[in-house]
Write a protein that binds this ligand. Structure first.
Ligand SMILES: Cc1cc2nc3c(=O)[nH]c(=O)nc-3n(C[C@H](O)[C@H](O)[C@H](O)COP(=O)(O)OP(=O)(O)OC[C@H]3O[C@@H](n4cnc5c(N)ncnc54)[C@H](O)[C@@H]3O)c2cc1C
Length: 489
């Protein structure tokens, strides 16, 4: 088991935290500490009540930037590992407390919407504001965040920014890194940094990107200013097509996107993946989905292009109402997560995902290589009940592939990760890297893709390593996340 980084005892840490903040902000209840020691990566074990990793010393509920600053400065002085958390929907082990006596610094109480500026089209929120809350507030004024990850009801701004999250309407609005105007963050020495809000600047490298995507491994995000957009759902047009194969589906979306059109949604589902989303109409085919959104004239022009491009290939049209209905039920709240746990317990079955990105020219090859390798090499292939993929975010130069795999669990709950998820994830990551792509498109590296961080970045890893050495010289920020456990202090 990984040792504590600190020389202070667990009791000392708790006592000193209580001196720094008010006692009500420090949680040491064992059940809470167990739940705080994992994220969804260990979901099968944890629904069986197994928490065999190091438990944190305490959860600290921050109420202000000053609280965050005090806790980080104390942790840095005494070499105490700190795991930042907000909405707790992370999927890659980023919330896992990898060493003994970690402090989990919870920002969900920093939940103020500080301003909505409809003239300069930006909103400023504290890190604990759930995306859904800001979205609902904006909708009252005919505005939208444009950000819609499936975890929208639960995920909060600190986590959304720190994992480089992306939403379903990304082709039009971009991902979180395109939305962040400025932000406030606290570094391990307790210093508070404010990156100001400007439309653009050429004042040296874009330092927002040191903070965005840092996964709590460099600094703590306390406040974020994001772009906001006009909300015009009355103009939305939905499109669905059944085509023969992935090659055709990828050709269709590539042509629409690279011809300069920006539908908000651009998706292609392999037949296996389509079965779980569109069982009543997919007919064992590849499903292509588009949504055109925005001002009426642009929506019409975009829809005409979508129809023209799809019309070049043999296809069958799907009733747009079916696509619209599907979107209305895509997001995950607490109820769906609870239902998933019940299915896990009742059926000993689990679904997981690994998302990567790759150039257009190698997308289908990557898809085929992964499916072929898993079928041929994965020792528990007979336990797979579903293996498929979809592309859900596209760019001028390429797209993402979101591999989805469900399996029956024929082992003890604590062996599930080793037997199933780790080997499946490894094949997908390796094939993405071989194809010249990225091993992670939007969930973050967490702890479970950290073994490949150096391969992902190649010679550019030196830049990442310098950031860690500079901003977290004592290695107290989320040990094992992004950077493998044995590196950097
Ligand atoms: C059902 C489901 C659907 C999902 N769908 C999507 C999707 O469509 N698109 C997508 O991109 N992701 C998706 N995710 C992944 C997840 O929702 C995102 O990564 C989200 O951005 C995490 O936000 P959170 O507030 O829950 O962060 P948490 O889970 O609390 O934390 C995630 C990571 O961010 C760090 N962190 C948290 N707060 C801070 C902070 N204030 N400062 C610094 N670091 C911090 C944590 O240490 C951890 O490493 C999904 C997850 C689930 C469970």
């Amino acid at each position: 088991m990984a040792q504590s980084l600190s020389k202070l005892t667990r009791d000392d840490i708790v006592a000193r935290l209580a001196d720094l903040l008010s006692a009500g902000q420090i949680v040491t209840d064992e059940e809470q500490l167990k739940l705080a020691s994992v994220d969804r990566f260990k979901k099968y074990q944890s629904v069986h009540g197994i928490f065999d990793g190091p438990l944190p010393a305490a959860i600290v509920n921050a109420r202000s930037t000053e609280d965050v600053s005090k806790v980080l400065a104390f942790a840095d002085e005494h070499r105490i590992n700190v795991v930042a958390r907000t909405g707790r929907t992370g999927t890659e082990g980023g919330l896992e407390t990898a060493v003994e006596d970690t402090v989990v610094l919870d920002g969900s109480g920093l939940d103020g919407i500080l301003s909505v500026d409809a003239e300069n089209m930006q909103a400023t929120v504290q890190c604990g504001v759930p995306l859904q809350v800001l979205e609902d507030r904006l909708r009252e004024r005919g505005l939208t965040t444009g950000h819609s990850p499936q975890s929208k009801p639960l995920a909060q701004y600190g986590g959304l920014v720190s994992t480089r999250s992306i939403g379903q309407f990304s082709t039009l609005y971009g991902a979180i890194e395109d939305m962040v105007v400025g932000l406030e963050a606290v570094f391990p020495d307790g210093s508070v940094t404010r990156i100001k809000n400007v439309p653009r600047r050429a004042a040296g490298p874009d330092i927002r990107h040191i903070v965005i995507g840092n996964e709590g491994a460099l600094c703590y995000i306390t406040e974020v200013t994001v772009r906001i957009f006009k909300y015009q759902p009355e103009n939305n047009e939905f499109h669905g097509f059944l085509v023969d194969d992935m090659t055709t589906g990828i050709k269709v979306i590539r042509e629409v996107v690279t011809n300069g059109f920006k539908p908000s949604v651009v998706r292609v589902y392999s037949p296996e993946d389509a079965r779980q989303h569109f069982a009543h109409f997919y007919k064992d085919k590849v499903v292509v989905v588009f949504v055109a959104e925005g001002p009426k004239g642009l929506v019409r022009a975009t829809s005409e292009e979508i129809e023209r491009v799809a019309g070049q290939y043999p296809h069958e049209k799907v009733d747009p109402a079916l696509i619209e209905n599907w979107f209305d039920h895509l997001n995950w709240g607490v109820d769906k997560i609870e239902a998933e746990k019940q299915v896990m317990l009742a059926k000993a079955e689990l679904g997981y995902t690994t998302e990567v990105s790759v150039d257009w020219s190698r997308t289908v090859e990557l898809y085929e290589n992964v499916i072929r390798r898993i079928r041929a090499e994965f020792p528990a292939a007979d336990d797979l009940v579903m293996l498929g993929a979809h592309s859900s975010h596209s760019y001028q130069t390429g797209t993402n592939l979101y591999f989805v795999y469900d399996y029956k669990i024929n082992c003890e709950p604590r062996e599930e990760i080793e037997k199933y998820h780790i080997p499946l994830n490894a094949i997908i990551v390796e094939e993405a890297l071989k194809a010249g792509g990225s091993m992670v498109h939007h969930h973050g590296i967490g702890k479970y893709r950290a073994p490949w961080t150096t391969r992902e970045h190649g010679s550019a890893y030196a830049i990442l390593a310098k950031l860690k050495e500079t901003f977290d010289p004592n290695g107290i920020m989320n040990k094992g996340t992004i950077f493998p456990m044995d590196t950097h202090a």
